[in-house]
Design a protein around this ligand. Structure first.
Ligand SMILES: C[S@@+](CC[C@H](N)C(=O)[O-])C[C@H]1O[C@@H](n2cnc3c(N)ncnc32)[C@H](O)[C@@H]1O
Length: 236
């Protein structure tokens, strides 16, 4: 029975484990990273996801952070701070399996990428997350002083869409997958820095600036066959 208006349960570390694992394995295989998979996991939790991925793929490097480490192999750190400071060059997979908003760590990481990377992020949209954070407001140019009556799903959803659109300002998206439910979306993107875009006509959009995301986003550039962006919905 569905109770309309009831607050849905928060996702647990094990929620949709199979979907997360399949997404990661598929994206890594498609990217041709097998044999040299370097993972930076900034929301490692109990490590369920990558423990399961390891059953299917060998990892050359795996470095785990969490704001609340749950085992001796996980370093303590805030996702955005880690992604702003650590050398990203050894990693071709970045995992931001956060509860709630992924936008701040995601948008911090993208301009720092130096190589083709699979980047995974979870976007939770529970009723208690409907007020866009200051980080998200800054990213999309919405003044933090503006009062938004909460809960306000429309504003949060719109800001999230702007944050997604702003990804093009930082990197070229080669492939994208999304598995979505009412409360949560799991995104998996294969991206590369604009400096490595193969063709000149794949022009980098205007540089990011406060409010830039509020401008119409550029059309995705068309690249070599097999490199066109595709978004697929997967539901379990
Ligand atoms: C959905 S769980 C991750 C589950 C994990 N992928 C696994 O395989 O078990 C979310 C984790 O992100 C951590 N977290 C949430 N926000 C964070 C942030 N801003 N920086 C670092 N860790 C964060 C939480 O402490 C929690 O352990």
């Amino acid at each position: 029975m569905t109770l309309i208006g009831a607050t849905p349960p928060a996702p647990t570390a094990g929620a949709h484990l199979g979907v997360k694992v399949r997404q990661r394995v598929l994206m890594i295989r498609e990217a041709g990273f097998v044999g040299d998979v370097g993972v930076l996991d900034v929301c490692a939790g109990a490590g369920h996801v990558w423990r399961a991925v390891r059953q299917e793929l060998a990892l050359a490097r795996y470095v785990a952070f969490d704001r609340k480490p749950r085992n001796q192999f996980t370093l303590k750190g805030e996702a955005a701070a880690v992604l702003a400071t650590i050398d990203l060059a050894p990693f071709n997979v970045i995992d931001i399996d956060v509860y709630g908003e992924p936008w701040e760590p995601l948008l911090v990481a993208l301009p720092r990428l130096t190589r083709q990377t699979v980047i995974l992020f979870t976007h939770g949209h529970m009723s208690w997350q409907f007020n866009p954070s200051h980080a998200l407001r800054r990213a999309v140019g919405l003044p933090v002083e503006w009062f938004i009556p909460t809960p306000n799903a429309d504003v949060a959803f719109y800001c999230g869409q702007l944050a997604l659109a702003s990804i093009w300002q930082h990197v070229e998206i080669l492939n994208a997958r999304r598995a979505s439910w009412v409360n949560v979306s799991y995104w998996a993107l294969r991206v590369r820095p604009w400096s490595q875009a193969r063709r000149r006509r794949a022009r980098r959009p205007a540089a990011s600036s406060p409010g830039a995301a509020l401008s119409p986003s550029p059309a995705p550039p068309v690249d070599a066959p097999g490199d066109t962006a595709s978004v697929s919905d997967a539901r379990d």
